[in-house]
Design a protein around this ligand. Structure first.
Ligand code: G6P
Length: 366
């Protein structure tokens, strides 16, 4: 009975809408009673880890890429990320003191499981981040952190992604606390910002209307480019993945700074360019990238906050405005419009949103 669409046309739109609740479930699970302290399992040994290795496939891989920014910036711990199928066959050395993290919604992805088995006996600790407690990956890890997203039916991952991000952010905060990178007051500030996340995500769902209208035009495109800088770069990758998975439109993502090293050659008035950029320290650099796109006729769909929308002005094709948020939270918040854009574009094209061709929810074969 829980697996009905609850009035939604597709599981994907239901699962997008469930995100405030899914994130609240993560906060309930990993913040103490009062919500004022981190309550990750004591067995999670981030204090002694010298580095973190994160390995996954697909959307979970992009969650890992985002976590690299958090681990480095918030906790000051070196982090490395790899695609499971590359990692397992490359058979790289695993440095002593490595905390190895495997992220998988299903907990059954064959390449991720094989990568986990490869680090057994090599890594200091193996942690999994999954949505299925009795899955192979959860069982074979030293410690499993559940993402508590509930069943995800749509093949294109949505609520599992933001729940994975939420768990990984908590892990980065725990590492920062354990290593003294954040003192008690700074940590308390971060946690109070974090507690606003479900409400921020609820507000982000209100971009549905403007994105539906933009999607009607994006649906006509043959190629779409996504750009992001810093922690928004993995989000651009995820936005492009979502769009290709369900609308079958070719989409590519680049770090904004790489625009001039290739993708700018593709830009003309037939290529929408989705720019994900809150008004942060890197915003001005992104504005100049947008100007380069617009000078070549490219239509910019800017996903930003109020200050960013004002700074960008009326010249961009579309502005999608999200609530202003602590920079640490923006990857989670900006996932929502990326999902909605893909969803509405696919609906406009009439593709099978929940069961896209050639894709499987869980890839348990090589
Ligand atoms: C498939 C799914 C993706 C998912 C990936 C990894 O490709 O279609 O949505 O991100 O597998 O799956 P996992 O269960 O390991 O997170």
């Amino acid at each position: 009975a829980r697996l009905d669409k609850a009035g939604h046309k597709h599981f994907m739109s239901k699962e997008i809408a469930e995100q405030p609740r899914a994130i609240a479930a993560v906060l309930d699970a990993y913040l103490g009673e009062s919500g004022a302290a981190l309550a990750l399992p004591a067995a999670l040994d981030v204090a002694r880890a010298e580095r973190v290795l994160l390995v996954a496939c697909g959307t979970a891989y992009y969650a890992c890429l985002t976590a690299k920014y958090w681990l480095e910036q918030i906790a000051g711990i070196p982090a490395e990320v790899d695609i499971a199928s590359e990692f397992r066959y490359r058979e790289p050395p695993v440095a002593p003191g490595t905390l190895a993290v495997f992220v998988s919604q299903s907990g059954e992805t064959a390449d991720t499981l094989a990568a986990l088995r490869y680090v057994q006996g090599r890594a200091a600790q193996i942690v999994s981040v999954t949505n299925v407690e009795e899955s192979s990956i959860a069982r074979e890890a030293d410690l499993d952190l559940q993402i508590h997203a509930g069943p995800e039916i749509g093949v294109a991952s949505t609520k599992a992604f933001t729940a994975q991000l939420s768990v990984l952010l908590l892990m980065a905060l725990r590492a920062a606390e354990a290593r003294g990178a954040l003192d008690a007051a700074a940590l308390a500030d971060r946690l109070s910002a974090l507690r606003t996340l479900p409400a921020l995500v609820t507000a982000a769902l209100e971009t549905d209307g403007p994105l539906k209208s933009a999607a009607a035009e994006v649906a006509e495109a043959r190629d779409v480019l996504f750009l992001g800088r810093g922690v928004m770069f993995p989000l651009a990758l995820e936005g492009a993945l979502k769009l290709k998975e369900i609308s079958y439109i070719h989409a590519e993502a680049y770090a904004s700074g790489e625009l001039k090293h290739g993708p700018i050659a593709l830009v003309d008035n037939t290529v929408p360019v989705v720019v994900m950029a809150p008004r942060d320290a890197l915003f001005d650099k992104t504005v100049s990238n947008m100007q380069e796109v617009m000078a070549r006729g490219g239509e910019v769909l800017l996903i930003t906050d109020a200050a960013g929308a004002e700074a960008a002005g009326e010249t961009v094709w579309r502005r999608i405005v999200l609530p202003t948020a602590d920079p640490m939270l923006t990857p989670i918040l900006y996932a929502v419009p990326a999902q909605l854009l893909a969803y509405h574009t696919a609906v406009a094209k009439g593709t099978d949103v929940d069961q896209p061709r050639n894709l499987a929810k869980s890839v348990t074969v090589e």
